[in-house]
Design a protein. Structure first.
Length: 335
């Protein structure tokens, strides 16, 4: 969620009962600035019930490893010691070991390590390389970048849990990601054996998210995400970002750029038209335009732009209601 995950979004999410993340990016000065701002925002929540370890900053930082310089970025992590560092998309899988070792060293072992993966085999290798404190299993329904070949969390999470158990690593928590947009998705993830849930697209329509109003507007308007979003590499090609490892693509809302590519338009013309529409403001967003709108298949469950706190309160309240209802029904069935 590079650009979308502002310090205010991350801090407000953590203070509302979740764990918010900022994108680490590639600029050490900018990372340090965002972590400084996050720290300054924490006193805003002193009047609320908020528990955090005093030795870490109660947010996480996520990195795309293939284009990030560990040595340059590690200074900010050493200074601020975020609660978690989320590792994703290494150029070489061995890089997971290098990053995990360095981060634990510069944060005196205080920062937890999370690795995002998209397959059972990738999970197994990541555990062996990085010994993560927890895994994020990203299913094919997820918005943004992920493995081109992946199952939904319906089969992915239970199989990974079984594999970890067989490896003697059942103690490693697994979080489910991909297509989860409300309490029903959270509870479904728990029923699959996940230890928690990750929501990305849901927080793009938070008031605190740092994306264009046109992007938020289209997220709320769009429904039937299995049809209106698609996975491809077009979005990266339009942005002339050719550095992603070849096993990754991205899920975004279908738009004019996708239609033109399917009709035979070459990248050179598609990129030209995309750049022209960058100057058009909010009118360029949507299926009629060419702006890149990363989103998961759960997009049809987004109803309105809300503060993070409201999103979290609603999700926690409704999750408890669903679980209580099924518990009562289970008890009643045995009477």
């Amino acid at each position: 969620m590079l650009g979308a995950s502002t310090p205010r979004l991350a801090v407000n999410l953590s203070c509302a009962g979740g764990l918010g993340f900022i994108a680490g990016g590639t600029d050490p000065a900018n990372l340090n600035k965002m972590l400084d701002e996050s720290k300054r925002l924490l006193p805003d929540h002193q009047s609320k019930k908020f528990e955090a370890r005093s030795d870490t900053l109660p947010i996480g930082v996520g990195f795309q490893l293939f284009n990030s310089n560990l040595n340059a970025l590690s200074g900010a992590l050493s200074m601020h010691k975020p609660a978690v560092v989320w590792l994703f998309a290494p150029k070489l899988e061995e890089d997971l070991r290098v990053w995990a070792t360095k981060i634990r060293d510069v944060t005196d072992g205080l920062t937890r390590i999370c690795v995002q993966v998209g397959s059972v085999a990738e999970a197994e290798r990541s555990v062996a390389l990085a010994e993560p404190d927890f895994l994020v299993m990203q299913g094919a329904d997820a918005g943004g970048h992920g493995q081109r070949q992946s199952a939904s969390i319906i089969s992915l999470v239970p199989e990974v849990k079984d594999r970890l158990s067989a490896m003697g690593k059942a103690h490693i928590p697994v979080l489910a990601a991909g297509g989860i947009s409300d309490a029903r998705g959270v509870v479904a993830a728990l029923a699959l054996g996940a230890d928690g849930a990750v929501m990305g697209t849901r927080f793009l329509v938070a008031e605190e998210a740092g994306i264009a109003d046109g992007w938020k507007r289209e997220l709320v308007k769009t429904s039937d995400g299995g049809v209106t979003t698609m996975r491809s590499t077009l979005c990266d090609r339009l942005k002339e970002n050719h550095d992603w490892p070849t096993s990754y693509d991205g899920r975004a809302i279908r738009n004019k750029g996708h239609e033109d590519e399917e009709a035979g338009m070459l990248d050179v013309e598609n990129v030209k038209l995309y750049k022209e529409e960058l100057e058009c403001g909010d009118s360029a967003w949507g299926p009629h335009g060419r702006m890149v709108i990363y989103a998961g298949t759960g997009i049809g469950l987004l109803r309105a732009v809300q503060p993070v706190e409201s999103i979290m309160e609603e999700t926690i309240r409704e999750s408890r209601h669903i679980m209580d209802r099924y518990y009562v029904n289970a008890i009643a069935s045995h009477l």
